[in-house]
Design a protein around this ligand. Structure first.
Ligand code: DCP
Ligand code: CA
Length: 427
């Protein structure tokens, strides 16, 4: 019986920029950079490999990118194109296995344990998948293959662009352990900094750190880091169809101190709305009904809803509805004198993908730009963590929990900023 799995990770090269090149072949060979809305302070979301020669990469502020690469072509991103290309790419992936997990806009995992033999083995499957995507779209991708997701994802990065790399169990003590620790899937800059204190430079160094030490430093995550550094990862490839669609998406938050300060409570609602918006977009959902939960200091709780004319998924739209509900309830006396202990925001009445797309199609230029910015901001957070972007209104507020914070007003890069670290009890 075969127990070892074969996982393939596919990652598009310079995705947004490559799609733009595809739409306008005259861009080929030139340094191309895709940005957010250019009316605001913005950053480069994607730089093609030509532009990277000038030192530009994702997150470089536009002003700096123009200095580094004055002859570069700067294009305002159009997420509709990228989503379309992403979905089509996924269709091609499904030709190679029924078990495909769309991991991000330009990355998918395929479990090819059962199907690789039909395509001539794992490497040949990777080669054919790359060829299919090249033939179909003229795009290059990098493919990584391994016995689990961690090794496959690490492998796909090793020979970018247009790479095809396999990391097997036998490669763990050698190639895998020789890599710098920041190449390990899931290890962010902050973790790398903390690990440096332990003298950890390579994945191998990390693998040698006793799990108890990592647990002490990072909690349960430390144990996962230990497993990952040793090339172990049992997480399955989860095809989308197996994820049941949620009925609603919501988050609640217990205040650090009970409060009846409206400004303060609205800020918490904003943070919650942003969190819910992000989760909706991640799942490809939009909903029509926004519900606010208010729990008072004595645990009495009210739940009030508002149903909108269309389906929404943007932080600002959710917040506006939540704020209306909150202000209406306060107008009726709720919470004006009584301190609030917990607030919750949820969105229900979810539309299946496509059915709620009216807003997207009918809205004018403003929303299109907004969409681009939201999509780019989401991508940035996917890559660099929730804390790099936040709403200006939430910066530096001690009750603006940073893990709930999102930046919408202009795609500005604010690495390392965000609301102050929350201390005290957990949500
Ligand atoms: N993206 C973004 N903001 C970021 C990072 C990425 O908007 N900070 C977008 C643009 C990218 C796309 O997501 O094209 C995919 O992200 P990747 O990290 O995979 O980057 P690329 O595909 O551009 O480059 P690579 O060839 O290194 O994968
Ligand atoms: Ca990519």
């Amino acid at each position: 019986m075969q127990t070892e799995r074969i996982i393939l990770h596919v990652d598009m090269d310079a995705f947004f920029a490559s799609v733009e090149e595809l739409c306008d072949p005259s861009l080929r060979g030139k340094p191309v950079m895709v940005t957010g809305n250019r009316d605001t302070r913005t950053v480069v979301a994607a730089a093609n490999y030509e532009a990277r020669k000038y030192g530009v990469k994702a997150g470089t502020p536009l002003g700096i990118a123009k200095v580094c690469c004055p002859r570069g072509v700067f294009i305002e991103g159009d997420p509709e194109k990228y989503v379309y290309a992403s979905l089509r790419m996924n269709d091609v992936c499904r030709e190679f296995s029924p078990v495909v997990e769309r991991y991000s806009i330009d990355e998918s995992f395929l479990d090819i344990t059962g199907t690789a033999k039909f395509f001539g083995g794992p490497l040949e499957t990777g080669r054919r998948l790359k060829q299919r995507i090249r033939d179909e779209f003229g795009l290059t991708v990098s493919v990584g293959i391994g016995p689990n997701k961690i090794l496959a994802k690490t492998a796909s990065k090793l020979e970018k662009p247009d790479g095809l790399t396999m990391l097997s169990e036998a490669d763990i003590p050698t190639r895998f352990h020789a890599l710098p620790v920041d190449k390990l899937f899931g290890i962010g800059d902050r973790t790398v900094e903390k690990l440096r204190v332990l003298g950890v430079e390579t994945i191998g160094d990390l693998a040698a750190v006793p799990p108890e030490v990592l647990e002490k430093m990072f909690g349960v995550v430390g144990l996962l880091i230990h497993e990952a550094a040793n090339g172990r990862d049992a997480s399955p490839v989860v095809p989308e169809a197996e994820t049941p669609p949620p009925k609603s998406v919501g988050n609640s938050y217990t205040l650090l101190r009970d409060s009846n300060d409206a400004d303060h409570l609205l800020r918490v609602l904003l943070g919650l709305s942003a969190k819910v918006g992000r989760r909706l977009r991640e799942g490809g959902h939009r909903g029509r009904t926004v519900t606010v939960t208010i729990r008072f200091y004595d645990f009495t709780t009210i739940t009030r809803s508002k149903t909108l004319s269309g389906h929404i998924d943007r932080d600002q739209q959710i917040y506006e509805a939540a704020r209306d509900i909150f202000i209406r309830e306060r107008g009726r006396g709720a919470g004006r004198r009584v301190p609030v202990r917990l607030l919750g925001v949820s969105v229900s009445g979810l539309a299946v993908e496509g059915a709620g797309s009216q807003l997207w199609l009918l809205d004018g230029r403003y929303w299109r730009k907004y969409d681009g910015m939201v999509a780019a901001a989401d991508c940035i957070r996917n890559r660099y963590g929730e804390r790099v972007l936040t709403w200006a209104r939430l910066i530096g507020r001690d009750e603006a929990p940073q893990e709930l914070s999102h930046k919408i007003s202009g795609l500005s890069w604010e690495r390392g900023t965000g609301a102050r670290k929350r201390e005290g009890r957990k949500r």
